[in-house]
Design a protein around this ligand. Structure first.
Ligand SMILES: [Fe+2]
Ligand SMILES: [Fe+2]
Length: 268
């Protein structure tokens, strides 16, 4: 994994979030739109505000792997970028005259789930939230007329797309060590968890979505397309890598699959 690329990316990009100027205008959205947006964005703000304690603890366990050298530093910077998102969203909630949240049930479930299995599952739950965030911020940036909400949503959408690539790079390294059958099993559970999350989020944020003229069903179908796009890119990369190995096996005398497999770390 090219962790140096991600370290440079996060260092430069997070600085932009700290310096981001928001339009100096008062919110003049209709009351029902303002209040549902404020509540909805406050939930996403809470989700972005974690300190990454569990994720950092997990990454320490793989810090010594040669092909993931630098990953721990990249994750520290990734967590810092998520915290810059929390700060931007807090400014947006304030602009919408909303209230920041300390606790919310979907966020509590999300945090509980992340600690359930192992590092890959933690990343997968995070990734699920980021795939949902891609749709959410995409719709906010397109459909909300408030300039502050638009500015923040556009920036967060760009950042989350970067995060999706970051998580894909990591998952490629880890899934690559699984058999095709285990990869299919992983895909199935990932899709199931993503679908359940999209259902819960589209229901919990239904007032906000409706105020933007997005039905919960429309939100779910967009979420499904984002998941398919992510998954197909990941699978294409895994297949390309597999074909490469097959080609090497065919052209290198004495090469054996098992000798290459020892270079891969097992998914822990
Ligand atoms: Fe974020
Ligand atoms: Fe993210």
């Amino acid at each position: 994994m090219n962790t140096q690329h991600w370290i440079s990316h996060f260092e430069a990009n997070t600085r932009l979030n700290h310096e981001l100027q928001l339009p100096d205008t008062a919110c003049d959205l209709p009351e029902h739109v303002r209040s549902s947006l404020a509540r909805s964005i406050a939930i996403f703000q809470l989700g972005e505000s974690g300190g990454g304690t569990r994720l950092r603890r997990y990454t320490r366990s793989i810090a010594s792997l040669e092909h993931l050298k630098g990953y721990q530093r990249a994750v520290d910077l990734f967590v810092a970028e998520e915290q810059s998102h929390a700060a931007l969203l807090a400014r947006t909630v304030k602009h919408l005259r909303g209230t920041l949240l300390q606790k919310q049930w979907t966020n509590s479930i999300f945090r509980w789930m992340r600690d359930l299995v192992n590092l890959e599952f933690n990343i997968q739950v995070l990734l699920t939230a980021e795939l949902i965030a891609e749709v959410y911020f995409g719709q906010l940036s397109l459909r909300c007329s408030d300039p502050v909400v638009q500015t923040v949503a556009k920036k967060l959408l760009r950042d989350e797309m970067g995060h999706l690539s970051f998580q894909r790079d990591f998952l490629f390294e880890r899934l690559n060590a699984l058999t095709p059958a285990m990869q299919r099993l992983w895909r199935w559970q990932f899709q199931a968890i993503h679908f359940a999350t999209a259902c819960v989020v589209s229901w919990d944020h239904r007032d906000c979505l409706r105020s933007l003229n997005v039905t919960p069903a429309n939100f779910r179908s967009r979420a499904l397309r984002c998941w398919q796009s992510f998954q197909s890119r990941l699978e294409r990369r895994l297949h390309e890598h597999e074909s490469h190995i097959r080609h090497d096996e065919g052209s290198t005398p004495g090469y054996s699959r098992s000798s290459n497999a020892t270079m891969q770390s097992p998914v822990s």
